[in-house]
Design a protein around this ligand. Structure first.
Ligand code: ZN
Length: 151
């Protein structure tokens, strides 16, 4: 169950405290504070949020319903926004690999709640300002936010 979080409100004023808990000396920015289930855990305004999800929200925006923030680097404690991408739960991906294949039979599309065809996925992406791209390593479609100007 994901709680409905208003990212802008949630992340306000959190950046300094958030990054003080992160070791940025390497390519992966490692969370060095509280953990829960192997993931970094950040408390802010009385609310606990997975640190990588929080990092995502600070840099991009809301996490669309039903999607997860995943690691390109497979380092669960990493909160480097450049290493994060949106995707579905792994089980869904596996499930989908077996059930739904397109084109050359190797690239499954992401499974979205209530969305069944590639057209549906594209409509979903437009609506949420996401861009579907293929992850070269996993051959999975992933949804990335459309580039936004960073101040
Ligand atoms: Zn990383």
């Amino acid at each position: 169950m994901q709680s409905a979080i208003k990212p802008r409100k949630l992340v306000r004023g959190a950046a300094e405290r958030f990054w003080s808990k992160v070791n940025k000396s390497g390519d992966c920015w490692l969370w060095e504070a509280a953990k829960q289930k192997e993931y970094g855990w950040f408390w802010h305004n009385g609310q606990g949020v997975a640190a990588h999800r929080f990092s995502w929200m600070m840099h991009y925006d809301e996490i669309p319903e039903g999607l997860h923030v995943l690691h390109k680097c497979d380092v669960k404690l990493c909160v480097n926004p450049n290493h994060l991408f949106l995707g579905t739960h792994q089980d869904n991906m596996k499930d989908l690999m077996e059930k739904r294949r397109i084109a050359n039979d190797t690239i499954p599309i992401v499974k979205l709640p209530g969305h069944t065809s590639l057209d549906d996925v594209l409509v979903y992406c437009n609506k949420h300002n996401l861009r579907p791209t293929i992850n070269c390593e996993t051959k999975m479609w992933v949804l990335r936010p459309m580039p936004r100007r960073v101040k």
